[in-house]
Design a protein around this ligand. Structure first.
Ligand code: SAM
Length: 344
């Protein structure tokens, strides 16, 4: 396991990260591997293994710490599949000891396919993780396993979801990417699942970020259709966003527990309120999922730059954050990396 350099409980405050459109950046997504143990049909071509090198745990820590000193208050670990990464528990423990520029603990979350969650939920909670989001694209085993292409995965993930809830990694959020003709018959089943399991189910519109060439506008299941279909069977009520930069439109049920969220980057883009940047597993900064350029922060670090130099590089990168994405517009260009290699 990589040695971990000690980091301070709090970090010296620098000017906050703001882009040239006036948006304040306070949300960092960090991919800690682009390996994945699932081969979801809409994400992977089926090739396994890493395509990009991984940084050492201590190197992720140094870079995350810099972002925190610049005003990041929320860090989400992702991948690839983050639970595959050796040193994850140590990384979570170190991140949990960091303080934001406001002196508060970081808001620390993780996105996983849930396959290894049953045994890792308690160690992750004990290390200081607050919440998990688990990806599930169906609520019946045959559909689920047709998508993940891993036999037995449905029951394994369900046990992971329940273990996370019992460990208090709550609210447990379930991410479901809907694709017309693959799993769009799962909408109503997921609404019942949200209530039964007392979890937040979030439907995500499919974006052109797959390894293959599956995306068309017709395959996207739009927000409006999802809301309409659920409200035919259950009493949905719209809820206020938790924060202004929240990506999901939230709905509760007027007669019971559970919550539905809909993330609609395609039909109702939320770029104007975007507060995110991404760090890839090989240490590149991406200011948008659909960026055509990446910024080699790790390369600057390896060249021996000081924290001050790296901080001003991050400021310059963030200044150039794209105003918005251009999905579905003429001339739209898919980014060179797919979702699994960027970090979802
Ligand atoms: N392995 C982890 C997991 O399964 O959650 C983290 C990485 S995965 C790439 C993160 C999320 O991105 C998953 O919820 C996945 O369904 C979603 N995703 C992958 N490709 C997508 C696409 N083209 N459009 C929208 N969401 C996508």
């Amino acid at each position: 396991m990589a040695a971990i350099s000690p980091i301070a409980d709090s970090v010296a405050a620098q000017p906050r990260l703001t882009d040239s459109h006036g948006r304040v950046i306070h949300d960092l997504r960090v991919s800690i591997t682009d390996r994945c143990n699932y081969k979801c049909v809409y994400c992977r071509t089926g090739e396994v293994g890493a395509q990009y090198p991984e940084l050492g745990i201590d190197e992720y820590l140094r870079l995350i710490r810099l972002f925190v000193s610049l005003g990041v208050t929320k860090v989400r670990l992702t991948g690839g599949e983050p639970l595959l990464r050796r040193g994850l528990i140590d990384l979570v423990r170190e991140l949990a000891s960091l303080r934001t520029i406001h002196g508060e603990p970081l808001n620390l979350a993780l996105t996983t396919n849930g396959h290894l969650l049953e045994s890792l939920a308690v160690p992750l909670r004990d290390a200081g993780l607050h919440r998990v989001t688990v990806s599930m694209d169906a609520v019946d085993a045959p559909t689920f396993e047709r998508i993940t292409r891993i036999p037995g995965s449905f029951e394994t993930v369900l046990r992971g979801v329940r273990a996370a809830r019992e460990a208090g990694l709550t609210p447990v959020k379930i991410n479901c990417v809907l694709l017309r003709g693959f799993n769009d018959d799962q909408v109503e089943g997921f609404a019942h699942f949200a209530r039964r399991e007392d979890v937040v189910v979030r439907f995500i519109e499919f974006m052109p970020l797959e390894e293959g060439r599956l995306w068309t506008p017709e395959i996207v299941v739009p927000l409006k259709e999802i809301v309409l279909r659920i409200s035919r069977i259950l009493p949905l009520i719209e809820l206020a966003p938790n924060e202004p930069s929240e990506t999901a439109r939230r709905y509760g049920f007027s007669d019971g527990p559970g919550e539905i969220g809909i993330i609609a980057p395609v039909t109702q883009a939320f770029c104007g309120a975007c507060s995110r940047v991404r760090l890839t597993s090989d240490g590149k900064v991406r200011t948008c999922l659909f960026s055509q350029v990446e910024h080699d922060l790790y390369g600057h670090m390896r060249a021996g730059e000081s924290d001050e130099e790296l901080s001003s590089y991050i400021h310059r990168i963030v200044q150039g954050k794209e105003a918005r994405h251009h999905i579905g517009e003429p001339g739209f260009l898919k980014p060179s990396r797919s979702m699994v290699h960027i970090g979802g």
